[in-house]
Design a protein around this ligand. Sequence first.
Ligand SMILES: [Zn+2]
Length: 411
Amino acid sequence: MGTVRRGTNLDRVGGFNDAVVLDAIRRTEHRLSRVELANATGLSGQAISNITRRLLDAGLVREAGRQKGNGLGKPRTLLELEPTGQYAVGVHLDPAVVTVVLLDLTGQVVARRSTETPYGDKPDVLIDGIAATIEDVIADAEAPRDRVVGVGIAAPGPIDVERGVVVDPPNLAAWHLVPLRDELKERTGLNVLLDKDVTAAALAEKWGPHGRGSFVFFYLGTGIGAGLVIGDEVIRGSSSNVGEIGHVIVDPDGPVCYCGRRGCVGETSQPRYLVQQAVQAGVFAQGIDLDDRRAVDAAFAELCSLASEPGVAQKIVTELAERVAKVVEDIANLLDLERVVFGGPHWEQLAPFFGVAVQAALEERFLVRSVHSFEVAGTALGADVGAIGAASLVLDQTFSPALEPAFAVER
Ligand SMILES: [Zn+2]
């Protein structure tokens, strides 16, 4: 997964090298011996010996058996990450559902909880609830609290990353300029990082089976967004607000969006709109309350399951796929991408038929396909992808050598 970072054999940058070595272990699917670590990182045998001793003492790596000897020299001891060495909390704030996960150092989910986002509550009430759920997942996993290194939040855009503020998320009416990062830090005493939901999801996906190279993570939830990974790097843009594609117009005669225009891809992808179309087409009886989120969710689930058979439901989902494919095509062509990965709260219900329909729509349209193939995939991480990505933001810091300070010392 990307290139292994190189270390530096200068004593003063111990923290830098610790991260380099941890990262080298994380990036290999196998356990590594000290000799292999030295080769991978460019660090001397002596440096590797010191660093691994420090990491063993800190409980961040553990010995994991021995490599079979080749008859020359003694068998080498192998090292792997110690899962219990560190934990990170991930919070995904979606206007419909709040998901909180705890990841161990290897990135595995060891505890999770999700709750419906309380409708219309003041931000304070919701933040109190998130703080309590964070303590719950830590307790569920019986993780020592001093091993929990921080909390990552995946929030709907736009966000003000510098100030840790959620600016004006759609469908969270009471939320305006909420300093979520600091509020949560105050309540939990933990370090807190804030990033956009789609960017967090793309980061999580980067470590999954569809994560190599250049792709767009297409988020289908309360709102539509795109996370970008180009050449194995997560792209954040100038203010970390990359991927605001929800208001691309895909149907000039479509419904009026809250932005004031007609037929935005975000608005025309909402379960509410699709259920309304289904009612109008006679798939469902009149009388579904379109303002009742639960009723709409239930009808949406049924619509998605009906879509696997030819009929009106399938036509509605096919048209959705065509609208989405237009946007995917433009992003893919603009950025020369090789894959779209779908995910988000609405993905799982849509998945069985929608993926095929998007693929078919792209076959008709996609310009780049003459140069290279283009893959349509669904997230491998399920509905928790945003929360897992949020926790990965925190874990990534453990694995990321602090490049600038280390080099600043040397100058
Ligand atoms: Zn709009």
